[in-house]
Write a protein that binds this ligand. Structure first.
Ligand code: HEC
Length: 487
C-alpha cells in the first residue's frame, strides 16, 4: 500500500496541475479577418523558385479540383496552368483567410487551438499557404511543364465522393415553379427493399434535376431546388403507409453543399429489413426556372454480420429556441452547457448556425479544467461536418460539462445577412437563428471508456505527451483510488 500511496502522491501534481486552455478573447468579426501570411524561406525554399509545376499543381489536385473542374461545384476550373493563372491573387487571398467565412478550401477548423485529427481533412498546411503566397507574389510562374503531375481523371462514379454505393435509393420527383415562396414539408417514403438488417458505413445525398449542366450560375442557388432536408428511417408499417415510431433511426441532415457522412467503424448506423426512409421535412426553393428534381441516397454498408461496438447516442448540444441576436453588432456570443450523464466519445463536430453565424467553439469543462476541443469558423453558404479520427475523438468522462459558444456578426460586413438592421430570434429560416452542434457522440460503458483510454495511452510517447480531448487519460486507475480509500 505504501508504494501505491507514494505513486498517488507523485500523480497528484500531474492530475491537478491547472491545465487551463481558455478560449482566447477572440475577434470573430468579419470586418477583421486576419489573413495568415507566411514566409516560404522558413521552409528553406527560395520564394522565386516556387512554380505551378513543382509546388502549386499538387496542392490544387489534393484540395481544390474535386470542385474546381468542369461539372464540379466550383465556379471555375483549376485543371490547367492557363485556367489557374489569372486567379493567382484571388487564390492567395481566399486561402490566406484560412478558417474564416469565404475561405478556400471550405474547411474552417482553426489550426492554432484544439484537436488536430479529422477524417478527410483537405485543408492547407502553413507550408502550402507559404508556397501559394510566394508563387502569387512572384508572377505565378509555370515552371517546367514536364514536372506537372499527371492530370487527375474523373470518372462518373467519382461523382459519389465516398465511392460506388452498394445501394442507391431514389426519392420522389418534385417540381418547383420558377418563382415562388419557399416550401417546407413531407415528401413521403422511400422503401429500401432490404430483406435483412444492415449497418451503414456511409451515406451521401445528391440532387439530380433538369437544370442544364452548363448553366452559367455563380451560386449553388441557381442549380438546385432542395435547400435541405431532415429525414429518418425505420421499419415499414403493415400497410406500408408509415414507419414504426419505435424503430426510427435518424440520419445526418441533407443540405446543399454539405459533405457525405462516413460513420465510424465502431458506430455504423442501422437500416432494418423491410425499412423505408421517411423524407419528413424537405425545404424546397425556387431557383428562377421551372425545375423538376429528386434526391438520390448513395449508401455503402459494413459487411453482413458486422455489429457496432457503440449503439447509444450521446446528447445533442445547442439551443434552437432562446436565441436573441441584436442588430448591427459583431462578436455576439451565445452559450450552451450540457452535463454529460454518461462517459461520452464525441465522434463529429458540426456547427450549425444561420446567416449571422461566424464561429463556434466546443469546450469540455472537467473539474476546474477547461479544454478547448475545437474552434471552427462558420459560413452559412457551407455546412460542414468535421469527423474526428478514431484515435483523436474527445473521450469525456461523465460529469464533464460540454460548453458550446457561438459567435455572431450582424454588421454590414457579413455578406450572408439579408438585413443587418433587424433583431432576430430562433427559427427555422436562415434569416432567423439556430445554434446547434449537429455532430454526434456515443455513450460508453465504464469498460468501453477504460479500453478507449488504454488505447489512447498506448499511443502516447510518455507522461509529458498530452491529449487535449482526454482529460482522464493520465488519471490513476479507479481500482487504485478504491484500494486507497480502504487503506
Ligand atoms: C467543396 C468544393 C470546393 C473546394 C474543395 C474548393 N472550392 Fe473554391 N469555390 C467553391 C465554390 C462553390 C465557390 C463559389 C462560392 C464562393 O465564392 O465562396 C468557390 C470559389 C472560389 C474562389 C473565388 C472565386 C471568385 O469568383 O472570387 C477561389 C479563388 C477559389 N474558390 C479557390 C479555391 C482553391 C485554391 C481551392 C483549394 C485550395 C478551392 N477553391 C477548393 C468550391 C470549392
Amino acid at each position: 500500500m505504501r508504494a501505491r500511496k507514494f505513486l498517488a502522491f507523485l500523480l497528484f501534481p500531474v492530475l491537478f496541475a491547472p491545465v487551463v486552455v481558455f478560449a482566447q478573447a477572440h475577434d470573430a468579426s468579419v470586418a477583421n479577418h486576419q489573413p495568415h501570411y507566411y514566409d516560404v524561406a522558413d521552409w528553406d525554399i527560395q520564394p522565386t523558385d516556387v512554380t505551378y509545376a513543382d509546388h502549386i499543381a499538387p496542392i490544387l489536385q489534393r484540395s481544390c479540383i474535386q470542385c474546381h473542374r468542369p461539372g464540379g461545384g466550383g465556379p471555375m476550373s483549376f485543371m490547367s496552368y492557363e485556367e489557374v493563372r489569372p486567379w493567382a491573387p484571388v487564390i492567395m487571398y481566399r486561402t490566406a483567410i484560412r478558417d474564416r467565412m469565404g475561405a478556400m478550401p471550405p474547411w474552417y477548423v482553426e489550426k492554432d487551438i484544439g484537436i488536430d485529427g479529422f477524417e478527410s481533412d483537405y485543408s492547407l498546411s502553413d507550408m502550402d499557404l507559404a508556397m501559394i503566397q510566394a508563387w502569387a507574389r512572384n508572377g505565378a510562374q509555370r515552371g517546367n511543364p514536364d514536372n506537372e503531375p499527371a492530370p487527375v481523371v474523373f470518372s462518373d462514379s467519382d461523382a459519389w465522393t465516398v465511392g460506388e454505393p452498394d445501394l442507391i435509393l431514389r426519392g420522389p420527383d418534385v417540381t418547383r415553379p420558377p418563382i415562388g415562396p419557399d416550401w417546407w414539408g413531407d415528401i413521403g417514403l422511400v422503401e429500401t427493399g432490404l430483406s435483412e438488417d444492415r449497418y451503414v458505413r456511409s451515406i451521401e445525398v445528391r440532387e439530380f434535376n433538369d437544370v442544364p449542366a452548363d448553366l452559367d450560375s455563380n451560386t449553388v442557388g441557381g442549380r438546385y431546388i432542395f435547400h435541405h432536408m431532415t429525414y429518418t428511417s425505420g421499419i415499414l408499417s403493415g400497410d406500408g403507409s408509415y414507419v414504426e415510431q419505435d424503430s426510427r433511426v435518424s440520419w445526418p441532415i441533407h443540405e446543399v453543399g454539405r459533405n457525405a457522412d462516413v460513420f465510424s467503424e465502431k458506430a455504423g448506423r442501422l437500416l432494418q429489413a423491410n425499412s423505408a426512409l421517411h423524407l419528413g421535412a424537405a425545404h424546397m426553393h425556387s431557383n428562377g426556372r421551372e425545375t423538376t428534381g429528386h434526391l438520390e441516397f448513395g449508401i455503402t454498408f459494413f459487411p453482413v454480420g458486422y455489429e457496432p461496438a457503440y449503439t447509444r447516442r450521446g446528447p445533442r448540444t445547442g439551443n434552437g429556441v432562446d436565441v436573441d441576436i441584436v442588430p448591427n453588432k459583431a462578436n455576439q456570443q451565445i452559450h450552451n452547457y450540457v452535463v454529460l450523464q454518461q462517459h461520452t466519445k464525441v465522434m463529429a463536430f458540426e456547427p450549425h448556425l444561420h446567416a449571422p453565424g461566424v464561429r463556434m467553439c466546443l469546450e469540455a469543462i472537467w473539474g476546474h479544467n477547461n479544454f478547448t476541443l475545437n474552434c471552427v469558423g462558420y459560413d452559412h453558404n457551407w455546412v460542414k461536418q468535421y469527423m474526428y479520427k478514431d484515435d483523436k475523438a474527445p473521450l469525456l468522462p461523465k460529469g464533464t460539462i460540454l460548453h458550446t459558444t457561438a459567435y455572431m456578426d450582424t454588421t454590414t460586413s457579413n455578406p450572408n445577412l439579408a438585413d443587418p438592421r433587424n433583431w432576430a430570434g430562433g427559427g427555422r429560416r436562415s434569416v432567423s437563428n439556430m445554434f446547434i452542434d449537429l455532430g454526434y457522440s456515443v455513450s460508453l460503458t465504464e469498460e468501453q471508456f477504460q479500453a478507449e483510454m488504454a488505447t489512447r495511452r498506448a499511443n502516447m510517447k510518455d507522461r509529458n505527451d498530452y491529449d487535449v480531448g482526454c482529460p482522464l487519460c493520465w488519471a490513476p486507475a479507479v481500482e487504485q483510488s478504491v484500494a486507497q480509500g480502504n487503506d
